[in-house]
Design a protein around this ligand. Sequence first.
Ligand code: DX5
Ligand code: ZN
Length: 227
Amino acid sequence: MRQIAPSILSANYIKISEIIKILEKKGVDLIHVDAIDGVFAPNIGFSPKFVKEIASITDIPLDIHLMFCNPLKFVTLYIDAGARMISAHIESLDLASAEKFLEIVEERGILKGFAIKPSTEIPEWLNNLLEKVDYIVPMSVEPGFSGQKFIPQILSRIENFNILRKKRGYHYLIEADGGVNKENIKSLIEKGVDIFVIGAGIFGSNDIEESLEYFKKIVKEDGDKFG
Ligand code: DX5
Ligand code: ZN
């Protein structure tokens, strides 16, 4: 079942509790929360305290995207805060630390993912861990900001992850993050995306509810026509 995950980096933070009520009313599947350390990517994202506060007002599962140079140092803080899914960037990991990351998250019983910058070549070690991972985030913008332009070359990377999981029987989901909009959503469905992170496409529109309805319809009802 394909899922919608609004990315609140581009939401109005002052109105966050009202916004979460709208997300609940519209039945979104996940809330995507960007945690950024200012060094891994040139912006600052949400703190564990903020995540905890969001988790205290909603039952919508929180998908935490760690854009940190040292994800192992912070992963537990975000799990304690209420993460239900958490991804770390492969650029901040090697085989040993990536295995450790999977072990820590697995032990806490939530979903574990790896995110990949568009400019990164996939390292050999990642192939050895794909059978253990719950989701993969082949990003379609350089990490850090909402509202950037989708990089179309990432479609073939997404397609390759889809082909690979079918061929090898892996269970990971594919999450699209970065520049997802009304123009590219059909090709993303077609290439095998399961989770659609959408920031500016929802919070940058004049009518948040209408945008949510649009994406929900295309992903959930019409999805099988393209996928
Ligand atoms: C970028 C973040 C994204 C971003 C998505 O670093 O990972 O989650 O908020 O926003 P849009 O959909 O506007 O690219
Ligand atoms: Zn993100």
